[in-house]
Design a protein around this ligand. Structure first.
Ligand code: MN
Length: 424
């Protein structure tokens, strides 16, 4: 199998035998540095979806746990030929994911990073395809240059704080918004139980912006109470979105906006009785925020858009129970991952609808059409201490002809979670 051959390749690079192992340990940093440029030849495997007939391609090897990044973070080069993803190829002990760049035409991946505790979900590629940004060890924001694999520390979370969640750049990629949690309140969120505990702890949090050239931080909002999902509005640096984080049905109001200077904090939507909102994202052209709404009294879910200026919430369409949504550039096409009914009091994900769904809004509101694209069959499990690695998190390829997603659909065959492309 190809991953076995790539492991041999690594073994050859690193040497073998006890003497070499101890020498390797002594030169730990040096050896690790060699991991960074390791190339691996993949063998894509294609099948026809049994229900829709769509062509689905597994990109990553069956014996290595791989995942895509968070659904609204850029992972493809602009020409669509290269894909950044998270993979557990070592050298650190499992569970630990590093970043890799897969060249789709040649099916060859190059290892980009080899550190411990890299946030491979929040990682993203800069708009000019030159850099990857990611947080390592909840503390160091790294800027990695793709041409040289050279790393620079763009920002360091100060003592007494821990970096949390997915951080998002402005459109010019000159600054990022992030969340820091007071270290005294922090513990690893490796189960949904821990996630719920963090909500009840009401951690001291701050939403901040960091200048990517100088590393200078400005605090936008600091409060007791869990904050998450900071997102600069595309092409409008003055508007920052964030959320009240926690179990969906215990949240007072999920979506908030604030000006970059900390003024004009406003609630994006007051929840109706029994309503939960989740997985809000900016349409990439910046025209609106889109989110999932559901109500404990109803099996349906709805797709809404939200205007950050007028705060008008507009119903786009009803939908099957989807968890995550992402749109194309102008918000006329949306892809979602079907799931089960939300459990109450926590955010544990349940199996239900097994499909990726396409929503076509081009005919205007009230005329949306929808169809299943392919099965994702995610088990939604927490795996290797990670709550997100089995989530599909679908999004469109740059040419809008395919949908990228992760899942553990082939677990019955003993295959690891992997990264897939489904043709539209
Ligand atoms: Mn998720």
């Amino acid at each position: 199998m190809l991953a076995a051959s790539s492991r041999k390749h690594i073994a050859k690079r690193a040497g073998s035998g006890a003497a070499q192992r101890s020498a390797r340990k002594a030169q730990h940093i040096k050896e690790d540095a060699a991991m960074k440029s390791t190339e691996r030849k993949f063998e894509f495997v294609t099948h026809e979806d049994p229900d829709t007939g769509a062509r689905v391609t597994r990109l990553t090897p069956p014996d290595v746990t791989c995942h895509r990044n968070y659904f609204y973070q850029k992972c493809f080069t602009n020409d669509g030929t290269k894909l950044m993803f998270g993979g557990e190829f070592g050298p650190q002990p499992s569970p630990n994911w590093n970043l890799h760049l897969l060249d789709l035409p040649t099916q060859t991946a190059i290892q980009l990073t080899d550190g411990a505790g890299e946030n491979t979900f929040g990682a993203f590629m800069s708009p000019d395809d030159r850099f990857i940004y990611f947080v390592r060890g909840d503390r160091n924001l790294i800027r990695l240059e793709l041409a040289t694999l050279k790393e620079e520390v763009a920002y360091v979370v100060p003592e007494g704080w821990v970096g949390y969640g997915t951080w998002v750049a402005n459109s010019a990629c000159t600054k990022m918004v992030g969340i820091e949690i007071a270290a005294a309140d922090w513990f690893p969120l490796n189960t949904w139980q821990k996630f719920t505990e963090m909500f009840h702890r009401k951690p001291l949090c701050r939403l901040f912006s960091v200048d990517l050239q100088t590393g200078q931080r400005s605090v936008i909002l600091e409060q007791r109470g869990w904050l998450g999902h900071p997102q600069y509005r595309p092409f409008d640096d003055n508007t920052v979105a964030y959320c009240h984080e926690g179990p969906h049905d215990l949240i007072d109001a999920r979506m908030w906006f604030i000006n970059e200077d900390g003024t004009n904090r406003r609630c994006g939507k007051a929840h109706t009785d029994g309503e939960s909102c989740t997985h809000e994202f900016w349409v990439p052209d910046g025209s609106a925020m889109i989110y999932v709404s559901y109500n404990e009294k109803s099996p349906e879910r709805w797709i809404y858009s939200l205007d950050p200026v007028t705060l008008e919430n507009k119903l786009l369409t009803a939908m099957p129970q989807c968890s995550h949504l992402m749109s194309n550039h102008d918000g006329t096409l949306i892809v979602g991952d079907g799931c089960g009914k939300a459990s109450s009091g926590d955010n544990e994900m349940l199996v239900g609808d097994p499909y990726l769904h396409l929503f076509d809004l081009r005919a205007g509101s009230g005329h949306a059409t929808t169809r299943p694209i392919a099965r994702h069959d995610s088990g939604w499990d927490v795996y290797k201490d990670n709550r997100q690695v089995t989530h599909p998190h679908p999004s469109f390829t740059p040419d809008e002809k395919q949908v990228l997603f992760s899942c553990d659909a082939e677990r019955a065959k003993g295959f690891e979670p992997a990264v897939y492309l489904a043709d539209l």
